[in-house]
Structure formats: structure tokens, C-alpha cells
Design a protein around this ligand. Structure first.
Ligand code: ADP
Ligand code: MG
Length: 361
């Protein structure tokens, strides 16, 4: 079982404005045929990390290990990785066949091997009929398929993909992401994928590494990252989140929802996420929209959270309610599988959640 890891990986760029820590002390391990995704907003250091792994960028600090061997002592060729770029980066003067064959030609593979391998990979990517075309005569989706074929044809030990779907339209993006995952599993190749799109990351990944400002915030399976975010940044970046500030006045959201909370004061002072808290809030509860209950306001509303429905959005697979509530600084989102009887825009409502569905920050 193949094992790949980065340890304390750091990249400092020197610019006219001074030094930029683009990647800051990042460590993670990937094993076997795991589909591993680096996810984060633009500028958080994903591409720089990938480029250091590919050998296209020098390392400022840290190590990259592949089955115990030091990657940084190998040239890009010896690392035996396949790389797919957002821009496709196809050779315009070469046919689809020759583009796909490129890595094998570099490795001086015999013609019979080139023919057999290219034929096989073009078939896997449904490019059979296009072998003699030039990139300029292909659609964007077809060009991206060729770039994937080119990266996979020599059976690399690892596949690196940097926002490979960013230039495709929405429907094709969903088709291609499923296909990339299917191919990756069929070939049993380790994948290191980069995207800023959290939905795409959740759909394709075995493991997601969430980045912010060059730092690794959390690593976990999609469900773990979503249900148990380790920080407010991750909670807010992945999916939709409701934040209910706890003001510790005994009438706060937590008390009335039956959430037992101890040690709040400890979290409040000195929290490195102080920006997130209002002036009085001592802590914050995070609850996902689909984990919240919603009912018309009861005559005796004591013991629950309540508010007013500002907007109801029918979104096909669910209905989203936007609630204005004194217990929240932002509108509370509640997603229900169907319309709730007796609740219309302007209604007074009660809402709540099970204590185990709340994450305390
Ligand atoms: P991402 O791929 O997550 O959008 P990048 O890795 O491209 O992020 O960039 C991370 C940070 O490093 C950004 O602040 C970017 O401006 C900076 N950066 C990237 N490449 C260079 C470079 N060659 N010189 C100086 N700064 C760079
Ligand atoms: Mg990038």
C-alpha cells in the first residue's frame, strides 16, 4: 500500500511588498488509492502546494515523502506523477493521439506499447474516434479528457489535478467529476485533487483537507468535515451553517434548546476566532439548516426559539425558510424536505434542533 506524506511543508515567496507565506507548515498523509482533495478559497496556497509536490516549485521548509523516499531529491520525471491543469495545457501542434502518447515517448516506450496504451486510455475516456484530431477542433470537455488521458497513460504512481473542471459548464462539470473519480478507482491510482468548490470536493473525495491562508485547518472524510467542523471557518466554508451566539444571560439559544454547555468562558476569552463573535457573545452554536425543526408558533412558546419567516424558497429537492430571530445575528436558514403546513412568509414560527446536532465553538 503506497504511502505519501508532506511534513511541515512551507513556501515563502519574496515579493516587492515583502515575504508571503503562501504555504505555512502543512502536514498530511495519503495512502493507497485514496481520492484526497485540497479545498479552500482562492489564494489559500493549494496550487503552490501542488507545484511543490510536482517539482515545479522549490520548497522553503519541510519534506515530501513517497514510500519513505525523499521526493525533493528527485526530479519531476522521477517522481512519476501525472498532472492535469485547469488550462489543459495541450500541445496545439500534436494530434489527440500524440498528446496522449507524450509521457510514453518521453519514457522511450516501444511503439507497440505506445499504440496499446494510448488506445486503451483513449477508449476509457471515450475519445476513440478523435485520435487524429487537433486540440483546436475539440470542445472544452474533450480537451480536458485528452489532458487526463495524457496524465494517466504511463500509469503514474500519483495523479495531481489542479481545478481541472473550472473551465467547463455546470452540467459537464458534474459529469466529468464523477468520471474522474470512476477512472481513478478503476486504475487504483492515488489522487491529489485541488478545488475551491466545496460541493465538488464533497462529491468526489474520500478525504478533504480544508485550507485557509496557507494553513491546513482540518482533514477528514466529507461527512466528518460537514458534521463536526473543527473551527468556525470550516463550519462556514463547508455547506450552509446557522450560528447562534450564546450571550450567557440564561435566556440564550442554548439554554432554551436544552444544550448542555460547560466551559464556555474558557472558549470565549482568547479565542483566535474572536472576529466571529459579537461583542457580548461568549460562544457560538452551529447547526446545519436541515437539522432544524420548524413549526407554526405555538400559543405558549416558552422554552423554544422563535422568529418570523422572511422568505420561503422552493429549491426543488428541499424548501428553504429564512427566519429572522432575535437569537441570531444573521437570518436562520431551515431546510425542510417539503412545505411546512401553516407556515407562510410573515408567519411567526418556533424552531429548534436536537442538542447532538449542535456544534459548540
Ligand atoms: P490557490 O491555488 O489556493 O488559489 P496559490 O497557491 O496560487 O493559491 O497562491 C497562494 C498565495 O501565494 C497567494 O497569496 C498568491 O498571491 C501567492 N503566490 C503564488 N505564487 C506566487 C509567486 N510566484 N510569487 C509571489 N507570490 C505568489
Ligand atoms: Mg490555484
Amino acid at each position: 500500500r503506497r504511502r505519501f506524506s508532506v511534513e511541515g511543508l512551507t513556501k515563502v515567496f519574496s515579493t516587492e511588498e515583502g515575504q508571503v507565506r503562501a504555504v505555512d507548515d502543512v502536514s498530511f498523509t495519503i495512502e493507497g488509492d485514496t481520492f484526497f482533495t485540497m479545498l479552500g478559497p482562492s489564494g489559500c496556497g493549494k496550487t503552490t502546494t501542488l507545484r511543490m509536490i510536482a517539482g515545479l516549485e522549490t520548497i522553503s521548509e519541510g519534506r515530501i515523502l513517497s514510500d519513505g523516499a525523499d521526493f525533493s531529491r528527485m526530479n519531476a520525471f522521477e517522481r512519476n506523477i501525472g498532472m492535469v491543469f485547469q488550462s489543459y495545457a495541450l500541445f496545439p501542434h500534436m494530434t489527440v493521439f500524440e498528446n496522449a502518447a507524450y509521457g510514453l515517448r518521453l519514457r522511450r516506450a516501444p511503439q507497440a506499447t505506445v499504440d496499446a496504451s494510448v488506445k486503451r486510455i483513449l477508449a476509457m475516456l471515450q475519445l476513440d474516434g478523435l485520435a487524429h484530431r487537433y486540440p483546436a477542433d475539440l470542445s472544452g470537455g474533450q480537451q480536458q479528457r485528452v489532458s487526463i488521458a495524457r496524465a494517466l497513460v504511463y500509469e503514474p504512481g500519483m495523479l495531481l489535478l489542479d481545478e481541472p473542471l473550472a473551465n467547463l459548464d455546470a452540467k459537464l462539470r458534474v459529469e466529468m467529476r464523477d468520471e474522474i473519480r470512476r477512472l481513478q478507482k478503476a486504475l487504483g491510482v492515488m489522487a491529489l485533487y485541488v478545488t475551491h468548490d466545496q460541493e465538488e470536493a464533497m462529491a468526489v473525495s474520500d478525504t478533504i483537507a480544508v485550507f485557509s491562508k496557507g494553513r491546513l485547518m482540518q482533514v477528514g472524510a466529507p461527512f466528518e468535515i460537514y458534521a463536526r467542523p473543527a473551527s468556525l471557518f470550516v463550519a462556514d466554508f463547508i455547506g450552509k451553517a446557522n450560528f447562534l451566539p450564546l450571550r450567557g444571560d440564561g435566556a440564550s439559544a442554548a439554554t432554551r434548546s436544552g444544550v448542555a454547555f460547560s466551559g464556555l468562558a474558557r472558549r470565549a476569552a482568547g479565542s483566535n476566532e474572536a472576529d466571529w463573535f459579537g461583542p457580548e457573545a461568549q460562544a457560538m452554536l452551529m447547526v446545519r439548516p436541515e437539522r432544524m425543526s420548524l413549526t407554526p408558533k405555538a400559543a405558549t412558546g416558552a422554552g423554544t426559539l422563535s422568529g418570523t419567516v422572511r422568505r420561503i424558497q422552493f429549491l426543488g429537492t428541499f424548501v428553504r425558510y429564512l427566519i429572522e430571530a432575535p437569537d441570531a445575528d444573521r437570518p436562520v436558514l431551515i431546510d425542510r424536505p417539503a412545505f411546512v403546513d401553516g407556515v407562510v412568509e410573515g408567519s411567526a414560527v418556533d424552531f429548534g434542533f436536537a442538542p447532538e446536532d449542535a456544534v459548540l465553538f
